[in-house]
Design a protein around this ligand. Structure first.
Ligand code: C2E
Ligand code: CA
Ligand code: CA
Length: 259
C-alpha cells in the first residue's frame, strides 16, 4: 500500500531556448517501494487517482517543492511546475490548502506553475474552471500539459486563465526526422503565440531538435537531452555543471554543449 514516507520528489530541468539558461523545473513523483525499487508514476498514478490518494500526493509534492523553493530560486529556477489531476480540480478546498502551505513556508504563489491536462478539465469543466480561476487569481501560473495529444477544443482554451502550453512529447521527440511532426509543432507554437501563451516543448532528445525549436521561437525546452528527472540533490549538482558549461561555451554554443 502506498504511503507518503515512500514518495520521492524528482525534478527535471526546463531551459530557456534563446539563452540556454536554466529557467524552471517540473516536479515528478517516484515511489520508492521496499521490494520493487523505484516505481515510475505511470505504474501507480492511475491507482492513486481511483482511490483518491492523489489529493494527498499532490499536497505532499507541493509541500516538498515549497520547502526547497528559496534554494531553487537562487539557482535560477524561477518557477517549479506541479502536476494536478482531475480529483484536485474537483476539490473546492484545493486553493485554501495550497494557500495554507504557502503561508507556512513563506513562499509566493508565483513560484509555482500548475500543469493540467485537457482531460482533467473535461471531466467537469464548470467545477474545474472555477478552481482554476481561483488559483490564477492567487498568482499561480497555469499550463496546459500534453497539448496536442487530446482532441483540443479551442472554445475552453480561450476561457481559461492559461499562461503556457506544453507540447506533448509525442510530437517533439521525432520532429528532427519526421516532417509532419515538425509541421505540427510549428503550427502549435504559432497557435500558442497567437493566443498570447508561452510554449514549452517537452521531449527534446537531441541538439538538432533544440536548434529547430529555437528557430521556431519556442521559449522553453524540457527533455532527456538536457537532463532527466532526478532527485533534488542530483538536480542541484546538475545545475552547477550546467552553469559551468554555459560559461565555457557561451550562448551560441548552448546546443553544442549538450553533446
Ligand atoms: P508528464 O506530466 O507529461 O511528465 C513528463 C514525462 O515525460 C515524465 O515522465 C518525463 O520523464 C518524460 N520525459 C521528459 N523528457 C523526456 C524526453 O526527452 N523523452 C521522453 N521519452 N520522455 C521524456 P514520468 O516522470 O515517468 O511521468 C509520467 C507521468 O506521470 C507524467 O507525465 C504525469 O502525467 C504523471 N505524474 C508524474 N508525477 C506526478 C505528480 O506528482 N502528480 C500527478 N498528478 N501526476 C504525475
Ligand atoms: Ca506534466
Ligand atoms: Ca506532458
Amino acid at each position: 500500500m502506498l504511503d507518503e514516507g515512500q514518495l520521492r520528489l524528482f525534478l527535471q530541468p526546463k531551459t530557456d531556448l534563446a539563452s540556454g539558461a536554466l529557467s524552471g523545473a517540473e516536479a515528478l513523483v517516484r515511489w520508492q517501494h521496499p521490494q520493487r525499487g523505484l516505481v515510475p508514476p505511470a505504474a501507480f498514478i492511475p491507482f492513486a487517482e481511483q482511490t483518491g490518494f492523489i489529493r494527498r500526493l499532490t499536497l505532499w509534492m507541493f509541500e516538498q517543492v515549497a520547502r526547497r523553493q528559496r534554494e531553487l530560486a537562487s539557482l535560477g529556477v524561477a518557477r517549479v511546475s506541479i502536476n494536478l489531476s482531475t480529483r484536485d480540480l474537483l476539490d473546492p478546498e484545493l486553493p485554501d490548502k495550497f494557500d495554507a502551505l504557502l503561508v507556512a513556508r513563506r513562499v509566493p504563489a508565483e513560484a509555482f506553475c500548475l500543469e493540467i491536462t485537457e482531460s482533467a478539465i473535461m471531466d467537469d469543466p464548470q467545477r474545474a474552471m472555477a478552481t482554476l480561476n481561483r488559483l490564477a487569481l492567487m498568482g499561480f501560473k497555469l499550463s496546459i500539459d500534453d497539448f496536442g495529444a487530446g482532441l483540443s477544443s479551442y472554445a475552453w482554451l480561450k476561457q481559461l486563465p492559461v499562461d503556457e502550453l506544453k507540447i506533448d512529447t509525442a510530437f517533439v521527440r521525432n520532429m528532427d526526422r519526421d516532417p509532419v511532426d515538425a509541421k505540427l509543432v510549428r503550427s502549435m507554437i504559432e497557435l500558442a503565440h497567437n493566443l498570447g501563451f508561452g510554449v514549452v516543448a517537452e521531449g527534446v532528445e537531441n541538439a538538432r531538435t533544440w536548434e529547430l525549436l529555437r528557430e521556431l521561437n519556442c521559449e522553453q525546452a524540457q527533455g532527456f537531452h538536457m537532463g532527466r528527472p532526478m532527485p533534488v540533490e542530483e538536480f542541484l549538482a546538475w545545475s552547477a555543471r550546467w552553469v559551468d558549461k554555459r560559461r565555457l561555451l557561451g550562448t551560441a554554443g548552448s546546443a553544442g554543449l549538450l553533446h
